[in-house]
Design a protein around this ligand. Sequence first.
Ligand code: SME
Length: 170
Amino acid sequence: MAETTHDLRSLPRDDAYALLDEQLRHVLAGIDDRVAAMATIASLVHHGFGHLWTGFYQVVEPGRLLRVGPYQGTLGCLEIPFGQGVCGTAATRRQTVIVRDVQAFDGHIVCDPRARSEIVIPVFDSRGVLIAVLDVDSGEVATFGEVDADGLERIVSWFSGIPGNGAEGQ
Ligand code: SME
């Protein structure tokens, strides 16, 4: 039977991420294509939780520039320099950033004015090279916490099974 998108909103958050991780690894079995994986993850996370915007910004100039990749939601801004906004901050720090209230985050980049809270997860390849960040936006304040960081970090650890091509560097 074909896989379909599950609505995860009725589940405890850690159970939802465990189910999502299991489904993703099943759907992506035998695939070593980053864009296919990013598109699949964006779709399942976005619709599973009913988020406002879910997607990837890929590193196109290491240490300097992120560019929008596969996503679900309204129009995302195209490019974000490292160090700017929540995405650029997570990329520079190479750490997950949770923003409880985007209006209180100095330098938050507004793509959709309905966004109220946000989480950004760094994505690494098997050599530990930063290849992207996963950005998830919510229309409610304080949507994301440690359980989301743990769950989403586990999901993007899929990319650490994909070798780098030597063209990227941090
Ligand atoms: N809010 C992000 C920009 C990306 S959009 O939300 C899709 C940021 O501050 O980096």
